[in-house]
Design a protein around this ligand. Structure first.
Ligand code: ZN
Length: 340
């Protein structure tokens, strides 16, 4: 890991977020400030897959950062059909897909249905990922596409009112937590406060103790092996990488774990369709929130291709996504860069 000046990428991967496909006319977001293009999101996904298929260096995998179909499908009894439609597009693409779960997955399906579905990437991968799972009903796992590099998929709705049975202990724990901060009748309405407490809404969630402990172990092992770790989750965890209304409930606990491990280089999320980016001062970790396909006009695009080198990852954005360079903390080129 000492050579920080390679020119050819070791491998590349694709990223795309918040497709939220539904076979319905355009609409608006909750606060009616952004247009949503429910049908054309499928075409934008095709554009991304076509671009990845045609690229000279084929991506090793695609990260689908959650909210693959919209919650409106549920009311129309069209959840399965919409999911089949989107997954058919993905299967025509070049490589394996790692699916992250967002709130819209839970509007359409129960947690147990999702665990059995094609959106459970640990069941549908060439590699055996079941060993790398956080727990029986937690959808978090890690994989290594290339020696020295690990990717961790997190379950940001592990503690949530979504996807858990109302009779379960997890549901009542989540209700107790959200009610400490949010007294709205409709829990999708954020509390009438300024700042970070706005995150306590029903469309967000958090990470259980079990998942945090598991992550801590995975990262300790990666530290020892001097690996580079990228973590992905539907919900962002850095307050400066997103509108705070989209943060994970216990983002602070996750940030503390990330900051205590030298192996982590990047955290990628979706959910906030406007996107965002911040480099954490404490750790040098890059926090990227990817712009959402669903609020991208039909004549634009929203996907990225990341090239991975020994000392950095380079994001080539398409359409709304900005090009970025993520120098790895601790690398000589990063030290040089930060000294300037
Ligand atoms: Zn979302």
């Amino acid at each position: 890991m000492d050579d920080c000046s390679q020119q050819t990428p070791l491998f590349t991967f694709g990223v795309i977020a918040d497709i939220q496909y539904a076979d319905i006319d355009d609409g608006y977001n909750y606060s009616r400030t952004r247009r949503r293009y429910y049908r054309s999101s499928l075409q934008l996904l095709r554009n991304a897959l076509e671009s990845w298929s045609e690229s000279a260096v084929k991506p090793e995998f695609i990260l689908q950062l959650g909210d693959i179909i919209d919650g409106f499908n549920k009311g129309r009894d069209a959840s399965d059909r919409a999911l089949d439609t989107v997954l058919r597009e993905f299967s025509s693409g070049p490589v394996e897909v790692h699916h992250v779960w967002g709130n819209h997955e839970f509007y359409n399906f129960s947690r147990s249905a999702l665990l059995r579905s094609k959106l459970n990437s640990t069941l549908h991968s060439d590699r055996s990922l079941s060993e790398a799972r956080a727990g029986k009903d937690i959808y978090a796992y890690h994989f290594s596409p290339f020696p020295g590099f690990t990717f961790v998929v997190l379950d940001a709705y592990d503690v949530s009112l979504l996807g858990r049975e109302e009779s379960s202990e997890q549901y009542s724990d989540a209700m107790t937590l959200i009610r400490q901060y949010n007294s709205s009748e409709d829990l999708n309405c954020p509390p009438m406060t300024e700042g970070l407490q706005k995150r306590f809404t029903m469309f967000n969630g958090g990470f259980s103790k079990d998942q945090l402990n598991w992550l801590d172990l995975v990262l300790s092992s990666a530290d020892e092996k001097r690996e580079r770790v990228t973590i992905v989750s539907h919900l962002p965890v850095h307050p400066y990488s997103t509108d705070p209304i989209c943060l994970a409930w216990n983002f602070d606990e996750l940030l503390a774990i990330i900051r205590s491990h030298s192996s982590v280089v990047c955290f990628m999320a979706g959910h906030d369709h406007d996107g965002g980016y911040h480099r954490d001062k404490d750790s040098g970790v890059h926090h990227l929130t990817l712009e959402g396909v669903i609020e991208t006009p039909p004549d634009r695009n929203a996907f990225g291709t990341v090239s991975v080198y020994e000392d950095r990852m380079v994001l080539k954005g398409n359409g709304r996504i900005t090009d970025r360079v993520f120098l790895f903390p601790g690398c000589q080129s990063d030290a040089d860069h930060r000294a300037v």
